[in-house]
Write a protein that binds this ligand. Structure first.
Ligand code: GN1
Ligand code: MG
Length: 449
């Protein structure tokens, strides 16, 4: 959404010649002069205005819209290095992803109807794709991206009142993921260092669950459960222990309404590892994944509604595109949303499931037979994995999905129940889901676009 310059930012202040000394440290609001100095380090000129950007993400809190005299719009963002402790990895993976998508498009291999446009990072005068002001006193990493013009985003399918429009949008999201995964498939995934160590590690999430169920409170108590890899251990150690008072922990642990969900999750552990093991054994490819394929991150053309881009490139990492597929479908097909307290309203919307499947499978060109065979499993696995992550977090004391001041104290309990209920329903619908995927599979000789 375009914001008009505020009166404070309208004046054409020049960027200070010297670097302000206040650009590091914890998240805070930056002044117009500070922001102008940062912009002056990138290859753009003649700034008309800099405004806080309303549609910023939950994680990178400092996001600004920069307008040039020419009317061109850019987004300036400071990476949240509390969450992304290895910002250089985030930026290198982002750049690798963008370059792979650009070369695929230039090679002419992409479908000719596509209007896909990868993000453009504006280089600094030093020819780097990000500005790193970090030193011993703190970290401060910035990036400047050109705004993709004439595009719209949606927070949920329910923003469209007409059911047919919703299905068309779901199909377009499926098409978008297929394009994005194909365009980035040439990336040598093993060369990407994980941006968030431990993310999408199903086995690790179960180990955290067991450790928290056992009531461990210190790393020493949890030692037998902790990851061997030092990098992963350092980033996730605090997720293996309980952060609540004993009394509150026992109250949550013995909550009768959670009993069946805890048992259900434990009973699914073996099956949950199927996708992870298929990657480990080489049965399916290890590809570069996006890591956060919810509808909010897709951009559509304002006039035609066609998918144009997938943004928020902070969680690119080596795994399988099936995780992105599973995450997208589990979030789209549950129209009740992730915070629904009435579990009777949590359902798999079959029409949406079919529309997103059709869009994906009629577009993709790079997937393998072995991967397509795991597509239905991937959806239920990611629903279970997210349910498990919410459940563990509730029991440990909301240390990962931290609660905001307006959130109810049992939000992660509610979120866990929703995903686990969805998982149960996905398993009941297993035959329907796999038949739906077969119907559109390019390996079963159906229509291709
Ligand atoms: C988190 O913060 P957000 O909405 O971008 C989480 C995802 C979950 C999602 C569920 C890095 O994403 O894995 O699917 O919540 N991201 C991370 O709402 O953990
Ligand atoms: Mg995100």
């Amino acid at each position: 959404m375009r914001h008009m310059p505020s009166s404070a930012a309208k004046g054409k202040a020049n960027a200070p010649a010297k670097r302000p000394s206040t650009l590091k440290g914890a998240a805070k609001d930056f002044t117009d002069l500070e922001l102008r100095w940062i912009c002056s380090q990138f290859q753009i000129s003649a700034i008309r205005a800099i405004e806080s950007f309303k549609d910023r993400g939950n994680i990178n809190l400092n996001t600004y819209e920069v307008e040039l005299d020419s009317g061109a719009l850019f987004l300036l963002q400071r990476l949240n290095t509390e969450v992304f402790r290895r910002p250089v990895r985030v930026m290198s993976s982002m750049q690798a992803w963008i370059e792979a998508q650009r070369s695929y498009l230039a090679s002419g291999k992409a479908p000719d109807w596509t209007i896909w446009e990868p993000i453009t990072l504006v280089p600094t005068h030093e020819q780097t794709h990000w500005l790193d002001l970090s030193d011993e006193s703190g970290s401060s990493v910035w990036r400047l991206m050109r705004k993709i013009e004439n595009s719209v985003t949606y927070k949920s399918l329910s923003e469209l009142p007409d059911p047919q429009q919703r299905l068309a949008l779901a199909e377009e999201v499926g098409r978008g993921l297929a394009l994005s995964a194909d365009l980035s498939s040439p990336i040598e995934a093993t060369g990407l260092a994980p941006t968030l160590p431990g993310y999408r590690d199903t086995k690790g999430y179960f180990k955290q669950f067991h450790s928290v169920l056992a009531g461990h409170r210190t790393a020493a108590e949890a030692a037998a459960f902790l990851p061997e890899d030092e990098d992963v251990r350092e980033s996730t150690e605090s997720l293996y222990v309980v952060h609540l008072s004993t009394e509150e922990y026992l109250r949550r642990r013995n909550d009768q309404s959670l009993r069946l969900f805890i048992d259900w999750t434990l009973s699914q552990e073996r099956r949950a590892n199927k996708i992870f093991e298929a990657v480990e054994s080489g049965h399916i490819r290890r590809t570069a994944i996006h890591g956060d394929t919810k509808i909010d991150n897709f951009l559509f053309c304002r006039e035609t509604g066609k998918v144009r881009s997938l943004v928020d490139l902070d969680t690119i990492m080596p795994y399988t595109w099936l995780a992105d597929w599973g995450d997208m479908v589990r979030s789209l097909c549950n129209v009740a949303g992730e915070k629904e307290r009435d579990l009777a309203r949590v359902h798999v919307n079959l029409e949406i499931y079919e529309a997103v499947t059709r869009g994906f499978l009629q577009t993709t060109r790079e997937v393998t037979v072995a991967e397509v065979e795991l597509m239905d499993e991937a959806v239920s696995t990611i629903a279970l994995e997210l349910g498990l992550r919410f459940l563990t977090d509730y029991l440990r004391g909301d240390a990962y999905f931290s609660l905001g001041p307006d959130d109810p104290p049992d939000l992660n309990r509610v979120r866990a129940m929703v995903q686990l209920r969805l998982h149960q329903e996905l398993l009941q619908l297993e035959n329907w889901c796999s038949a739906c995927i077969k119907k559109y599979s390019p390996h079963h000789g159906t229509a291709s676009r």
